[in-house]
Design a protein around this ligand. Sequence first.
Ligand code: BDR
Ligand code: CA
Length: 309
Amino acid sequence: MPPRPLIIDCDPGVDDAIALLLALASPAEFDLLGITTVAGNVPLALTTANARRICHLAQRPDVPVYAGCPRPMLRSLITATEIHGATGLQGANLPEPTQPMPAQHAVAFLIEQFTTASAPITLATLGPPTNLAVALIQCPEIAQGIDQVVMMGGALGAGNITPAAEFNLYVDPHAARVVVEAGLPLTMLGLDVTHQVVTTPERLSALDQLGTPVGQAAAAMLRHYGQIDIERHGLAAPPLHDPCVIAYLLRPDLFAGRPMHLAVETEGRLCLGRTVANPCPNSSANATVIETADAAGIYALLTERLGKL
Ligand code: BDR
Ligand code: CA
């Protein structure tokens, strides 16, 4: 099988950074065409610099990083520095990258890639889905160039930024609604699944013990990350959200889900950004919603791959 053409849209963010490392460590499976950044966990200038820092750490400065939308479609930006630290990559002290930065806007890059690609491209969205929504509004024909969208976002159960909503979709619920209603092949990995994939001390130590700059940077970031989620959600350890998307693309056998009809609340006072999912037959479903994950398998995959960088 030739490597799958892939674009990652993200807001690094510690867990985004680990997801990028997992993808960068998997060149046999992914032809990573580019990384697009969006404002989310931290403002756009930081998410863009952080994506470039991670490419530099992985010794892949050849992967272009395109800066995208600096704010959600309608709402003001909400960040998550209490989870990721003020820089977005708390715990890691990674140098400012020197590779040249493409001038093209992320939305223009997405439109160009999806309308000119010889084979359909997979898009992983790991942050507020603003860039994809704007691209869909500007050029609906891009749908034909998208193989599938795999999105970290949403929750069937409790949210993490409000009782009802997950962070990515709460930051830009209007963008999420555009994406969910676009009729694209869509897979959602929400909190119900990512809260099963937690960084236990043993898993953290396995990354640290790789003894490489990448393993040690990953462990340093994860050591400081997501402690609040333990208290908020009664988890055994901090959840690792975004790498689940990349792990799903690499090893779908580690996950299970089913077809559902998905909608996003954009008008509610208490439930803004809530995903409302209704299990239904394939014919009326607009998404596959992943519900369970093999956490041990995902961490084994992550540790094995990061060991290659
Ligand atoms: C999502 O929110 C962000 O803080 C994480 O990077 C992840 O994409 C989890 O709700
Ligand atoms: Ca993210």
